[in-house]
Write a protein that binds this ligand. Structure first.
Ligand code: FE
Ligand code: FE
Ligand code: ZN
Length: 287
């Protein structure tokens, strides 16, 4: 099982600290933002402890492609109402590609964005023209994330992502990150994981699936809300999420937990242990 979680990236150890955090959870994969997820201010690469981080990854046998980079969620390549917003997304993404390359990672997870006051088709066209201005080097793949369909989000149907990828100038540099909370909220039945994968394969192609976000959901299937829950504390349930974590069809794909902190503490060590042992433990109950 390739399993990890979202980890922090902060002073003083930066990326090295991210790897340390992942190791402390018993993880063999991790996902980080290259700075604050809600803004685009970024540190110099020379300050980020990159060499120390890859040393530590080698020591703990974490593969470079199992360190995932998540682009900040505030950039919006689908916004055609304010062209400067999509322009900022474009600029940020090209610097993010450089950072990802320097860090030695491969996959950048990107939310396709929201069309705001226009419509879905305009949003998709705006994303396509934004992403097509990027020059993506060898070894980097941008993974569009499946979204819950909250507000005017693009990407709550596999068809949206397929349409974007098929319009790319460099389609070999694009893939998908499947978020279990998001697709459940978008209306897919994740309990029928094989059925979901079949549909994904038919519409996008399973060869494009590179990252799985493993989250429970606070809301009913189809609610289009996007509120993550801890494993077994939501409407998807532990058995389904554990089945997905161990499923042979996606065994090679890193699964990343983005479940909420409990009482200010990350739940990832316990949640990873639950998945390894295939046994639910109620983390909400005082021990
Ligand atoms: Fe995300
Ligand atoms: Fe996610
Ligand atoms: Zn989410």
């Amino acid at each position: 099982m390739i399993i990890g979680s979202h980890v922090q990236m902060k002073a003083p150890d930066f990326v090295e600290g991210s790897v340390k955090e992942a190791v402390s959870y018993g993880a063999n994969a991790l996902m980080l933002y290259t700075g604050a997820p809600q803004n685009t201010r970024r540190r110099q690469l020379s300050e980020m402890h990159i060499a120390e981080a890859s040393e530590l990854m080698k020591k703990h046998q974490i593969k470079a492609e199992h360190m995932i980079i998540h682009a900040p969620y505030l950039i919006n390549p689908a916004n055609s109402v304010k062209p400067e917003v999509a322009e900022l997304a474009r600029e940020f993404l090209s610097s993010e590609i450089e950072r990802t390359h320097a860090i030695g990672a491969k996959y950048i997870v990107l939310h396709p964005g929201s069309y705001t006051t226009t419509d879905l088709e305009t949003g998709i066209r705006t994303i396509i023209s934004c992403l097509n201005t990027l020059d993506i080097p060898e070894g980097i793949v941008i993974c569009l994330e499946t979204m819950a369909g909250k507000g005017s989000e693009v990407g709550f149907r596999f068809e949206h992502l397929a349409e974007i990828i098929s319009a790319m100038r460099q389609p070999e540099h694009f893939g998908v990150c499947l978020d279990t909370c998001h697709i459940h909220d978008a209306g897919y039945d994740v309990r029928d994981y094989d059925g979901v994968l079949d549909e994904f394969d038919r519409i996008i192609g399973l060869n494009r699936l590179h990252v799985i976000h493993l989250n429970d959901s606070k809301n009913e299937q189809g609610a289009r809300k996007d509120r993550h829950a801890n494993l077994g504390q939501g409407k998807i349930g532990f058995d389904t999420l554990c089945m997905i974590a161990h499923h042979p069809r996606t065994a090679e794909i890193p699964k990343i937990l983005e479940t909420p902190y409990i009482d200010g503490e990350p739940p990832y060590k316990e949640e990873i242990a639950m998945l390894k042992q295939k046994k639910f433990k109620d983390l909400m109950k005082a021990q």
